[in-house]
Design a protein around this ligand. Structure first.
Ligand code: AMP
Ligand code: ZN
Length: 116
């Protein structure tokens, strides 16, 4: 998947509409189109990184920023105390469908463990 045809790169460039809830120079957060919980947002880097296993030392600051962004959104959506999940699916067995790194921020209901 090259970045020209990457769905989330195109969302970041506003070529494809999305419900953006947060944006800065390096990160974007938007509503998942098929929500699995009352709060279900995706937090992505604007940089095209394909999967979490591709993260290199140069990306550590960026990845920390993505987690921090998810935490801030959890606070603003009032799920910080009740709880939330940050999920990163990597490759086929985990069910990664979009080949651009994304953190799922899920909350607003109780989740079971272990995940299915
Ligand atoms: P994953 O299975 O971890 O790759 O998650 C991909 C997520 O992207 C799924 O939860 C989809 O519902 C979501 N998704 C796919 N297309 C869009 C889109 N155009 N806008 C927002 N979310 C999307
Ligand atoms: Zn991309």
């Amino acid at each position: 998947m090259n970045k020209e045809s990457c769905l989330f790169c195109r969302i970041a460039k506003k070529e494809i509409p999305s419900k953006i809830v947060y944006e800065d120079d390096t990160a974007l957060a938007f509503e998942d189109i098929n929500p699995k919980a009352p709060v279900h947002l995706l937090v992505i880097p604007k940089l095209h990184i394909e999967r979490v296993s591709d993260i290199r030392e140069d990306d550590f600051e960026l990845v920390g920023h993505l987690v921090s962004t998810a935490n801030k959104i959890a606070e603003s959506r009032k799920i910080r105390e009740s709880g939330y999940r940050i999920i990163i699916n990597c490759n086929k067995d985990a069910g990664q469908e979009v080949t651009h790194l994304h953190l799922h921020l899920l909350g607003g209901r109780k989740f079971s463990w272990p995940p299915g």
